[in-house]
Design a protein around this ligand. Structure first.
Ligand code: GDP
Ligand code: MG
Length: 172
């Protein structure tokens, strides 16, 4: 007998520096690492959550900086059930790169993958460069879910992963 009812692979993508590692750390360990040292030296982290009495094991994949060199490979996307496509609301450039990431998704990910668009760092609202409306329009056009988070303040991070788990169950 397995110790879970569902197992899902969730993969984080998006430009370097947008806060992917911090989101994973916040969700799996309840920590916000200050400054450097945010790199997790393993391929993935596991967290098991309970949803409507079902044990859902989430295998969450983070890059170890490969995105800096645009060297994320097909194997990273393989068998992903969900993708968290992250940008930084204070960094226009990270938003402008989203179409490039979508091309990678189309190329490498399963056509059944669920993608969530995440605008991170909402605690830095005074430095916002990407409006909520722009992101909403973009995510609607691409048929993605959309959520804004702060890994630092723990805003919407739990909700991001739990909502995703619910959707994955309902489509499993
Ligand atoms: P990654 O390259 O996408 O994995 O990004 P990291 O998780 O390493 O974070 C990059 C930088 O952004 C680090 O200096 C983090 O401390 C900072 N950071 C990440 N998330 C947040 C956030 O929600 N708010 C703020 N203010 N800073 C954040
Ligand atoms: Mg990282």
């Amino acid at each position: 007998m397995e110790d879970y009812d569902f197992l899902f692979k969730i993969v984080l993508i998006g430009n370097a520096g947008v806060g992917k590692t911090c989101l994973v750390r916040r969700f799996t360990q309840g920590l916000f690492p200050p400054g450097q040292g945010a790199t997790i030296g393993v391929d993935f982290m596991i967290k098991t959550v309970e949803i409507n009495g079902e044990k859902v094991k989430l295998q969450i994949w983070d890059t170890a900086g490969q995105e800096r060199f645009r060297s994320i490979t097909q194997s990273y996307y393989r068998s992903a059930n969900a993708l968290i496509l992250t940008y930084d609301i204070t960094c226009e450039e990270s938003f402008r790169c989203l179409p490039e990431w979508l091309r990678e998704i189309e190329q490498y990910a399963s056509n059944k993958v669920i993608t969530v668009l995440v605008g991170n760092k909402i605690d830095l609202a005074e430095r916002r460069e990407v409006s909520q409306q722009r992101a909403e329009e973009f995510s609607e056009a691409q048929d993605m879910y959309y959520l804004e988070t702060s890994a630092k303040e723990s805003d919407n991070v739990e909700k991001l992963f739990l909502d995703l788990a619910c959707r994955l169950i309902s489509e499993a």
